[in-house]
Design a protein around this ligand. Structure first.
Ligand code: HEM
Length: 395
């Protein structure tokens, strides 16, 4: 039965552009579905309550999934296994306490003037240009400047981050091939060499930045400091860029919502929550059951993989009225875009603030903002809702 259902549920070409009909179909069969529909065998969770339950359940562990046998991915494996994201229990708690302290809502708010100034400077450079690509010319440089500032990376050295981030994001996606893993491992080696050098500089000459804080706290091994910085580079870029560009794209496709936001700029807070729900930058995360667990009448066996489709949970009609409608005033909006439980995103306040400032600054400076064409491309990633580019007309 599952094999038949699985083949009936194969994703098609439209999935990359619009995964939501597929998610709906899967959820209507079972919000906790066992199969191989996205190629990997495991449990696919599309229901909101079920996703939240599993994310909060410590019996489901995060782990790296790079093949153990190969030495070709050594650099990637070494850095991933020291990342907070792939730690569990007491190790996770030790690292998380330190990182969480540095990314509180208050710490994010201190960066408000810096983010606003950076957004304005980027928009100054686009002034009079007529057209621009939001992804590469606004969202990415902005997120890059912010994460570079926090970590203490000189801003003129951050240009390699774009390719590094793109290579490493692909290595954690379902779609990855061996070639992607090999390339990702080379990139991991370059990025770790860069960060190692930064760590040595900060040891010799401490500054007011996170690299110095992580070293001087004395709670992390050197490899963990390294992996934490690498994780922040990746996490701080990709998803925030996607939130800003997905949000602007959604607004331009919904002129009434765009008009409402321009008329009532104070709606930006709930608008960003709705962008997080409607086009969740992280579409999927995974866990492994550490023991047999009963969820929704199913027994998930020890060692089985669980794929939590955050983008599907955020469109669950049992929790959200008219889930496929963009409503920038939606309230309440209990989306799971930042995950939940022990691994819930510690960068959420910063990401929200960056998106609020970026979108508002752009709408103020270019009130006639519109799409420069109807076609956009979504890279073939299952775990991330990303736009390859977003060409716009700035008027
Ligand atoms: C819109 C932007 C963002 C989204 C949608 C997002 C999403 C997420 C999600 C879903 C998780 C949990 C993954 C899981 O449970 O397996 C996570 C974890 C994490 N995020 Fe974010 N994130 C964003 C921005 C950021 C930023 C700006 C930073 C840092 C500056 C950051 C740092 C992290 C870290 C360090 C973790 C691992 C936490 C842990 O394992 O305890 N994220 N993020």
């Amino acid at each position: 039965m599952t094999a038949e259902l699985d083949s009936a549920l194969r994703i098609d070409r439209d999935f990359w552009r619009e995964p939501y009909p597929f998610y709906d179909k899967l959820r209507s069969i079972d919000p906790v579905y066992k199969g191989t529909v996205l190629k990997q065998p495991g449990w696919y969770v599309t229901g909101h309550n079920e996703a939240a339950t599993i994310l909060k359940d410590a019996r489901f562990k995060n782990r790296i999934t790079i093949p153990e046998t190969s030495t070709k991915y050594e650099a990637l494996k070494n850095v991933q296994q020291n990342m907070l994201l792939f730690k569990n229990d007491s190790d996770h708690k030790r690292m998380r306490t330190l990182v969480g302290k540095e990314l509180t809502p208050k710490a994010a708010d201190v960066l408000r003037p810096f983010i606003k100034e950076a957004a304005d400077e980027l928009l100054d450079q686009l002034q009079g240009r007529g057209t621009a690509d939001i992804v590469s010319e606004f969202a990415f440089p902005l997120a890059s400047l912010v994460i570079a500032r926090i970590l203490g990376v000189p801003k003129e050295e951050r240009h390699q981050f774009r390719q590094w981030t793109a290579d490493l994001i692909e290595t954690i996606d379902f779609t990855r091939s061996r070639k992607v893993l090999v390339k990702g491992s080379e990139t991991a080696a370059q990025l770790t060499a860069y960060v190692r050098c930064l760590i040595s500089k900060r040891k010799a000459d401490p500054q007011e930045d996170l690299v110095t804080t992580f070293i001087s706290a004395g709670k992390l091994t050197e490899e963990e400091v390294l992996a934490t910085c690498v994780l922040l580079v990746i996490a701080g870029h990709e998803t925030t860029v996607n939130l800003i560009s997905n949000g602007l794209f959604s607004l331009m496709k919904h002129p009434a919502q765009l008009g409402a936001l321009k008329e009532n700029p104070e709606l930006i807070t709930s608008a960003v929550e709705e962008f997080l729900r409607y086009e969740s930058p992280t579409q999927l995360t995974a866990r492994t059951a550490s023991e047999d667990c009963r969820i929704n009448g199913h027994i998930i066996r020890r060692g089985e993989q669980v794929y939590i489709l955050l983008g599907a949970a955020n469109r669950d009609p049992n929790v959200f009225d008219h889930p496929h409608v963009l409503d920038i005033e939606r309230n309440p909006n209990p989306h799971l875009a930042f995950g939940s439980g022990a691994h819930v995103c510690p960068g959420s306040s910063l990401a929200r603030l960056e998106a609020q400032i970026a979108i508002q600054a752009l709408l103020e400076r270019a009130p006639g903002l519109r799409l420069a064409g109807s076609a956009v491309q979504y890279p073939r990633l299952m775990g991330f809702r990303a736009l390859a580019s977003l060409p716009v007309i700035l008027t």
